[in-house]
Design a binder for this molecule. Structure first.
Ligand SMILES: *[C@@H]1O[C@H](CO)[C@@H](O)[C@H](O)[C@H]1NC(C)=O
Ligand SMILES: *[C@@H]1O[C@H](CO)[C@@H](O)[C@H](O)[C@H]1NC(C)=O
Ligand SMILES: *[C@@H]1O[C@H](CO)[C@@H](O)[C@H](O)[C@H]1NC(C)=O
Ligand SMILES: *[C@@H]1O[C@H](CO)[C@@H](O)[C@H](O)[C@H]1NC(C)=O
Ligand SMILES: *[C@@H]1O[C@H](CO)[C@@H](O)[C@H](O)[C@H]1NC(C)=O
Ligand SMILES: *[C@@H]1O[C@H](CO)[C@@H](O)[C@H](O)[C@H]1NC(C)=O
Ligand SMILES: *[C@@H]1O[C@H](CO)[C@@H](O)[C@H](O)[C@H]1NC(C)=O
Ligand SMILES: *[C@@H]1O[C@H](CO)[C@@H](O)[C@H](O)[C@H]1NC(C)=O
Ligand SMILES: *[C@@H]1O[C@H](CO)[C@@H](O)[C@H](O)[C@H]1NC(C)=O
Ligand SMILES: *[C@@H]1O[C@H](CO)[C@@H](O)[C@H](O)[C@H]1NC(C)=O
Length: 276
């Protein structure tokens, strides 16, 4: 009797270590499929990685990251935003050449081809998805390849661009981008044309110093305010052209800051090309 119990525990452990991942680290022999029980969850259960869809009316499926167990589902990163998997065959894994891939569609992390030996991919509690070599060095990270969302721990520099979704149910690259320009101002472009410049120094909004500190990852823009609680907060380049800073407050996302604040903040919108 006791042996049977032990045996079945052992059996389910063997099966589970292969099938039910529930971990945060994937090695070269493992994969994430459309079956949500193969999803990965970060150590402190903050973020989840897996396939998802955005509408019951669409067959499109995406490999992405969202807040674990948060309703409504809030997606912060997508691998194959322009190349949805059209059926339930999607597989996410480390390919033989060492890249992260979404099979069934051609998304890849596009690193130089190498070997998958010793490589692992991990979803960190910050929401960063990292591909590591055997020594734990980051070879690729989602924080350097964002979609429309900036999370605490990322750093806005000249190489980083947030690109809006096209629509609420279409995360393909949309019209609006957010980036840091050569004059060190943050700007929004619409179809590559200047739409709005965010100059935090003259912005009187109470939350803007916090936004600047967040974007610079604390390395500059030090301010006198108490360190903000940035847990469950995010900055989004939304598909209607506004930058939103949102923080989860018990049951909903509070919109703490946004820009442009009014129509005349937009470049050339009110005639004179007024910029803040
Ligand atoms: C998903 O995986 C679980 C555990 O391996 C299994 O019990 C379940 O039947 C699978 N669901 C589908 C739809 O394949
Ligand atoms: C995870 O949670 C523990 C306990 O609350 C905390 O001490 C630790 O700093 C957290 N780790 C991360 C990466 O947030
Ligand atoms: C989309 O996802 C929801 C929730 O995960 C699920 O109930 C629904 O069946 C999915 N739709 C399709 C077309 O797969
Ligand atoms: C994998 O790790 C082993 C043991 O640390 C090492 O000998 C080997 O060179 C590594 N292989 C690759 C491709 O990095
Ligand atoms: C910024 O620094 C404060 C303390 O000075 C810390 O609480 C906060 O987590 C840091 N934020 C980031 C994104 O590193
Ligand atoms: C942002 O700051 C955190 C905490 O200091 C650090 O771990 C992380 O590497 C930084 N990210 C970048 C891109 O500088
Ligand atoms: C941007 O990327 C280029 C090429 O990868 C690199 O040389 C440069 O140092 C990066 N700049 C910053 C600010 O990270
Ligand atoms: C920070 O915010 C999170 C989510 O809004 C909350 O759960 C947590 O208790 C807060 N932490 C502190 C130290 O206030
Ligand atoms: C974009 O952000 C603005 C400002 O918060 C908000 O009014 C608008 O509804 C948002 N658009 C979408 C599509 O969420
Ligand atoms: C959360 O929302 C409630 C009600 O909307 C508000 O009174 C409270 O100040 C908010 N908390 C924070 C930390 O913003």
């Amino acid at each position: 009797m006791r042996n049977e119990v032990l045996f079945s525990i052992l059996l389910s452990w063997v099966f589970c270590s292969q099938l039910c991942s529930a971990g945060d680290t994937l090695s070269a022999s493992q994969m994430i499929t459309e079956n949500s029980s193969s999803n990965f969850v970060s150590t402190n259960h903050t973020f989840e990685l897996g396939f998802f869809n955005l509408s019951d009316r669409s067959e499109n499926r995406y490999l992405g990251i969202w807040y674990h167990r948060l309703e409504p589902q809030t997606v912060v990163w997508i691998a194959n935003r322009d190349e949805p998997v059209l059926d339930s065959s999607g597989v996410f894994r480390i390919s033989e050449n060492g890249n992260l891939v979404v099979e069934g569609k051609s998304w890849s992390s596009q690193l130089e081809t190498s070997s998958s030996t010793n490589r692992t991919v991990r979803i960190l509690d910050t929401g960063n998805l990292v591909l590591m070599d055997g020594d734990g060095n980051f070879l690729w990270q989602s924080f350097l390849n964002p979609t429309d969302t900036f999370l605490p721990g990322m750093k806005m520099d000249a190489n980083l661009t947030l690109t809006s979704w096209r629509h609420a149910t279409d995360p393909a690259r949309g019209a609006f981008t957010f980036k840091l320009d050569h004059t060190q101002s943050y700007k929004v472009e619409k179809q590559s044309k200047l739409y709005w410049v965010f100059d935090g120094l003259v912005d009187t909004e109470a939350n803007s110093p916090m936004i600047l500190q967040l974007l610079a990852n604390n390395s500059s823009h030090k301010n006198a305010f108490a360190p903000p609680n940035l847990s469950h907060s995010r900055l989004v380049m939304n598909y209607s052209g506004e930058i939103q800073f949102l923080k989860w407050n018990e049951t909903k996302w509070d919109n703490l800051w946004m820009g442009p604040l009014d129509k005349c903040d937009r470049h050339n919108y009110c005639g004179s090309g007024r910029l803040r």
